[in-house]
Design a protein around this ligand. Structure first.
Ligand SMILES: Nc1ncnc2c1ncn2[C@@H]1O[C@H](COP(=O)(O)OP(=O)(O)OP(=O)(O)O)[C@@H](O)[C@H]1O
Ligand SMILES: Nc1ncnc2c1ncn2[C@@H]1O[C@H](COP(=O)(O)OP(=O)(O)OP(=O)(O)O)[C@@H](O)[C@H]1O
Ligand SMILES: [Mg+2]
Ligand SMILES: [Mg+2]
Lengths: 267, 267
């Protein structure tokens, strides 16, 4: 049975999509059959694999709007052992039109039951918000991965994110656990970064009560160093392992994927 | 009469708040009486000036919810010739509850009429979305400043932003003009960056028809180089000119503010 993780931070531009693509690719390279789901109307993950606005073919939107359609019809192959479900900008309708419908928050969880046996890992790239789509991801997931930059302005969002995770764990998904924070676009030499990392670890400690979803969460290592090749790879429709397999970005994501496998007990 | 500008890009984390604070501070240092408005429920601009969640004191929310309150009651002093109106997370309600109300989109424009004579420049820090709050900013503004990173994934958003600007200019604000793109967190040595900048300039050229709001828009110079001191300054409640007046970030924002003044004809 696949381990399912939501890659989530409501702050925009921190590295959610870059992390979902490259951790996913690293897990597939290490032998795990992996599915990536683009749940963001911006559909940057889809663009990363060369799929842009294909409204005539089924994708993530149909998981919500066409219950008769088998989920397998929405799945595309990206690489060996790596599949993905693309998004379209129309997905934004789900946040609007559907939000008030009864049982709306558990649609994705029910949809993934049908394919959970076919994969070892499923990663969900979330939009930069804590709305209906992100809540669907949290309800469907076992774990939460939180990409963050070690910047002062980024700290305030962590508390709010943990509040939403707690709310979902107390209502619809008691199994939900926060694996930890992934430091993205990291500038390891900076004193400011070190102070913020210490503050993040402090926030986990203060909340570290029994029974909260983040009681075992930590800052995952290694940090992902800032590396322009990570920003270049999407324009060629490539993962970092295709584009520059020896660069710091590839080494960091490779090592991070191993750390995640260890944390999930699938090493 | 103040020139009013919306600092807007629906992509998160590009540098909107950092630009509003530091261009604002540079304009004030150059002698212009400047007002900054925090229109983002994340309230990062407010945090930058040491104001956090002061729901008991009036701020940007009351501009929408309490028409009887004089706008001057929401204004705080930040530095010499630099005032600001703080936000609170409750502002998110405006996107939800108020969106359907008739005439909702022109509230901010009407509110700013009362104080427009008291300032030379008013900058509005927008949330990372194209919803009711950002539309209010566009209706109230003369100009749009678009912070962007020169990354491939950032390009797709520009078209959508220009579409929204066109829609506002054709309905509620015919005077609205796009001043241009501000390159943020810029890595000038990167070939990828150069290719993306060329693509942005191309997008402006292809659209450059008569009568569109961006017919004179361009990539503003100098780019704002990536500089960790810009990320450190907010944690001390300081602008870059307080924190590190000789660093690259300060020099870049100083020169950019002059370029903006030239473009606005207020040099
Ligand atoms: N380690 C890194 N080094 C350099 N650039 C990076 C790195 N990680 C991400 N980027 C770049 O930073 C930008 C933001 O990253 P990304 O799109 O992955 O963030 P996101 O959190 O998914 O954004 P959104 O909230 O819009 O979905 C992108 O242009 C990406 O290429
Ligand atoms: N030139 C720069 N060099 C280094 N760091 C920067 C620079 N500009 C912005 N930053 C940092 O990048 C992060 C994002 O910047 P900022 O918060 O200004 O973006 P934003 O567009 O306002 O984000 P949001 O969409 O969440 O409102 C912040 O942590 C900020 O300190
Ligand atoms: Mg993303
Ligand atoms: Mg901001």
């Amino acid at each position: 049975r696949a381990r399912i993780a939501a890659v989530l931070n409501q702050k925009g531009g921190v590295g959610k999509t870059t992390t979902t693509v490259n951790v996913g690719a690293a897990l597939a390279r290490s032998g795990l059959k992996t599915l990536l789901i683009d749940l963001d109307p911006q559909s940057n993950l889809s663009l990363h694999f060369g799929v842009e606005e294909e409204a005539d073919r089924p994708g993530a939107l149909q998981l919500f709007t066409d219950q008769a359609l088998a989920i397998s019809k929405t799945i595309r192959k990206a690489r060996e052992r790596l599949d993905f479900i693309p998004a379209t900008t129309e997905m934004a309708l789900v946040e609007g039109d559907f939000a008030a419908i009864e049982g709306m928050q558990t649609i994705l969880a029910r949809r993934l039951e049908a394919i959970r046996g076919k994969y070892d890992a499923i990663l969900i790239d979330c939009p930069p918000s804590l709305g209906v789509l992100s809540v669907n991801a949290l309800v469907a997931s076992d774990f939460v991965l939180v990409p963050m930059q070690a910047h002062y302005l980024a700290l305030r969002g962590l508390g709010k994110l943990l509040e939403t995770v707690l709310m979902v764990s107390q209502s619809l998904n008691p199994e939900l656990r926060v694996t930890g924070v992934i430091l993205c676009q990291h500038e390891s030499h900076s004193g400011h970064g070190k102070a913020v990392v210490a503050e993040i670890e402090q926030q986990f400690e203060t909340y570290r009560a029994e029974g909260v979803p983040w009681s075992e969460a930590r800052v995952l290592r290694p940090p992902i160093r800032r590396n322009i090749k990570l920003a270049e790879a999407p324009s060629f429709g490539q993962t970092i392992f295709d584009y520059a397999p020896e660069c710091a970005g590839a080494l960091d994501y490779q090592a991070l994927a191993e750390a995640i496998r260890l944390a999930w007990g699938t090493a």
